[in-house]
Design a protein around this ligand. Structure first.
Ligand code: ZN
Length: 242
């Protein structure tokens, strides 16, 4: 079985379409979205419609929750706050209802999927340190946990001696002695210094995870953002990958 796992589309239609075009050559059996379909970008409805049609597993992100007026956004930065209001006004009732019904996490075939962290996903915490990783490995039992949220792809692995290893590579062979937390990065707003869209494909027969990076028409997306009067910080950000 081949599973595509994507996250943090953030209403970036050009990035989503380019990623799906690449995935159309990949013989995918299961499409998984880890959330933050909307927020920051200018195409929340089109992105929500594509995910509704194409993705068998679709989870809730904090920006999806915020766009429904359901999240305390006092801790959001000012750009994110404005974007939440903008998105809330633009979203159709059908898409709001879709976001409203998204699940927080999903378990299937010894795999665990969640937007933020396996421990208390509703707190929207991040896994940034070895300590964060160690704590979160205790909160799921499956072999591999796929996450998004930080917009920074990374492979984290723990062996039976409780040692943690972090890898910033594009390929990972799954081995018996380890369990894994895999951050698949972001489709629409990467923040690891590389503006290319990031997502993962897991081949469960080969036991191989490939992290793909895909170019898309960033200038076209930026032009649409400028026309929609989105703050320049957010417009620049997608080209900087920060
Ligand atoms: Zn996000």
């Amino acid at each position: 079985m081949r599973i595509a796992i994507i996250s943090d589309i953030h209403a970036n239609l050009e990035a989503l379409e380019a990623s799906l075009e690449k995935l159309s050559e990949e013989n995918i059996d299961l499409f998984v979205s880890l959330g933050d379909i909307v927020g920051y970008g200018v195409d929340p409805n089109k992105c929500a419609e594509i995910v509704r049609e194409k993705f068998q597993v679709s989870l809730l992100g904090n920006h999806d929750f915020a766009a429904l007026g359901r999240l305390d956004i006092s801790y959001f930065n000012p750009y994110a706050k404005n974007s939440v209001k903008w998105t809330e006004e633009k979203l159709t009732e059908v898409n709001k209802e879709y976001l409203e019904n998204l699940k927080m996490f999903h378990k299937e075939d010894n795999l665990y999927y969640v937007h933020s962290t396996p421990c208390k996903p509703e707190d929207w915490n991040y896994i940034f340190t070895i300590h964060d990783a160690r704590v979160n490995f205790e909160c799921f039992e499956e072999k591999v946990c796929f996450i998004g949220h930080s917009h920074q792809p990374v492979f984290i692995m723990k062996n039976q001696k409780n040692e943690i290893f972090v890898k910033n590579e594009s390929e990972l062979q799954i081995e018996d002695e380890f369990r894994y937390i895999i951050n698949v990065g972001s489709i629409g707003q990467p923040r690891d210094g590389n503006p290319k869209s990031s997502f993962a494909v897991y081949d469960t027969d080969e036991r191989l995870i490939i992290l793909h990076r895909i170019t898309y028409d960033i200038e076209k997306t930026q032009k649409k953002m400028v026309e929609a009067k989105i703050h320049p910080f957010l417009v620049d950000r997608i080209a900087n990958g920060r």
